[in-house]
Design a protein around this ligand. Structure first.
Ligand SMILES: *[C@@H]1O[C@H](CO)[C@@H](O)[C@H](O)[C@H]1NC(C)=O
Ligand SMILES: *[C@@H]1O[C@H](CO)[C@@H](O)[C@H](O)[C@H]1NC(C)=O
Ligand SMILES: *[C@@H]1O[C@H](CO)[C@@H](O)[C@H](O)[C@H]1NC(C)=O
Ligand SMILES: *[C@@H]1O[C@H](CO)[C@@H](O)[C@H](O)[C@H]1NC(C)=O
Ligand SMILES: *[C@@H]1O[C@H](CO)[C@@H](O)[C@H](O)[C@H]1NC(C)=O
Ligand SMILES: *[C@@H]1O[C@H](CO)[C@@H](O)[C@H](O)[C@H]1NC(C)=O
Ligand SMILES: *[C@@H]1O[C@H](CO)[C@@H](O)[C@H](O)[C@H]1NC(C)=O
Length: 397
């Protein structure tokens, strides 16, 4: 989810920097400015995220409308969240009752061969082109069958009001047989339902798989690197890894896509969590997270909910892996060959990256692990970001 581009503590930092540049005579002004900032912080301004995107050449998209003034962005958080008003039940049992049949389409045989890795790609009903791009590139049988370890993919969708679209999904599934359609209304604020549906489906039908990966249909996954990384682990248990985000704050601006009213989450910071653009867990963790979700009040931000709140409740610590990133990568063969996840990939870029990685005319220097991390941190290749910027370690806090 793009929300992870927001880093809350940047505001005071920016003030410090401009203070350093001032001549001595303006010190009192700086002091007053600092005092002013402390007062504003006391008023809750620190809840307001700043956008570190300014330092990264990625487009702001629909968050660009947020102005530069912190004050206009500070809006008290009483506005109700669309679809999750104050009195809407957030008990997952009301939506995903364990014993009820909550799937419309289900490729029950997907895991008949006890795959090593199951990749569930969360997709919206209308994104037929993105699904086909994945089916023809990193999700193709041609590619996945070359591995010694069995890898399976499936797309997870919800339901739409428009039956023309629902019927098209049935036709698409007749052709490819790789769609899970669950019984919930597929909207942005319902993505947590989607991810919990994923946990329910996988723990029911793929309980003998070793790993589960959750990703989205705008992601390019380098399965070679993912398998290398997973199969080199000493233990296949208790694993939860991805791009770790630390000390993120809830956004109190109701106009923001990631607005979180106080009644949904009242603490100042989210627990550390993994970006929803791609995270991997072992099946024992999937099982624990599913059970924990059934007794954890829903938060509409699926990554914070699953890999933060539910993981914390189950005593599972999310771990950062530099191969994962929510930042758009540089379109460069050697970068792409050394990463695991690539975000903001539309269907035409999916094919372009596929061809770029497989370009046999280009050979890349062999990198040791440390160099790989450095490569990942270069502009646009940032593999991960931590708010404390103590970067080379593999975790934060
Ligand atoms: C919940 O709140 C909405 C408006 O916010 C209201 O229309 C609805 O009747 C309420 N439902 C219940 C069960 O209180
Ligand atoms: C689940 O099943 C129970 C009992 O069969 C039923 O009362 C409940 O409404 C069902 N829930 C959903 C979401 O279908
Ligand atoms: C669940 O419901 C769907 C459609 O309502 C049906 O196709 C499917 O067979 C059901 N699954 C089970 C296990 O009953
Ligand atoms: C797959 O297994 C075969 C036989 O065990 C081995 O020769 C080959 O190198 C393996 N390939 C990879 C990519 O590990
Ligand atoms: C349903 O979707 C189809 C295809 O996108 C569109 O042509 C049609 O107008 C939609 N129908 C309704 C009722 O929105
Ligand atoms: C989320 O899904 C539930 C269950 O299908 C549905 O009642 C609700 O309207 C959906 N919420 C939104 C915001 O679409
Ligand atoms: C796909 O993404 C690329 C680069 O991110 C962009 O140049 C191109 O316009 C996009 N294509 C479409 C159809 O959106």
């Amino acid at each position: 989810m793009d929300r992870v581009r927001l880093f809350p503590m940047e505001l005071p930092r920016a003030v410090n920097i401009s203070g350093n540049n001032n001549v001595r005579g303006r010190l009192s002004f700086v002091k007053r400015l600092a005092l002013c900032c402390i007062v504003l912080a006391g008023l809750g301004l620190l809840y307001v995220p700043a956008y570190h995107s300014a330092r990264e050449p990625i487009e702001l998209g629909d968050t660009a409308s947020i102005g530069s003034s912190g004050i206009t962005r500070y809006v008290e958080s009483f506005e109700q969240l669309e679809g999750w008003s104050f009195n809407t039940s957030r008990n997952l049992h009301s939506y995903i009752s364990s014993n009820n049949n909550t799937t419309i389409l289900s490729p029950d045989e997907l895991c008949a061969s006890s795959p090593y890795l199951v990749i569930i790609i969360c997709s919206a009903i209308g994104n037929h082109n993105s699904r086909n791009a994945i089916r023809n590139t990193w999700g193709s049988d041609e590619y996945l069958n070359k591995f010694n370890l069995t890898v399976k993919i499936a797309f997870l969708l919800g339901q739409n009001d428009n039956d023309t679209l629902n019927n098209a999904v049935v036709d698409e599934n007749d052709e490819y047989g790789d769609i899970i359609q669950a019984t919930f209304h597929d909207t942005y604020n319902n993505l947590t339902l989607k991810s919990v549906m994923m946990l329910k489906w996988v723990t029911k039908y793929c309980s003998h798989a070793t790993y589960l990966m959750k990703t989205d249909d705008d992601m390019y996954i380098n399965v070679d690197n993912l398998l290398l990384s997973l199969s080199s682990r000493t233990s296949n248990n208790g694993v939860l890894l991805g791009s770790l985000i630390c000390n993120a704050h809830p956004i109190s601006d109701p106009k923001n896509k990631w607005y979180t009213p106080k009644y949904m989450f009242s603490e100042k910071t989210y627990p550390n969590y993994l970006s929803g653009t791609g995270y991997v867990m072992s099946l024992d963790v999937a099982d624990k997270l599913y059970k924990s979700a059934l007794s954890t009040p829903l938060l509409h931000l699926e990554d914070v909910y699953i890999t933060g709140l539910c993981a914390k409740k189950s005593n599972i610590r999310p771990i950062n892996h530099p191969g994962f990133s929510y930042v758009q990568r540089k379109f460069d063969t050697c970068v792409l060959r050394n990463t695991i996840t690539n975000h903001r990939v539309n269907s035409s870029m999916m094919y372009a990256i596929w061809n770029k990685i497989r370009d046999t005319k280009i050979s890349c220097p062999k990198l040791d692990d440390k160099k790989k991390q450095v490569l990942n941190r270069q502009r646009r290749n940032i593999g991960y970001y931590m708010s404390n910027r103590r970067t080379i370690t593999n975790r934060c806090a």
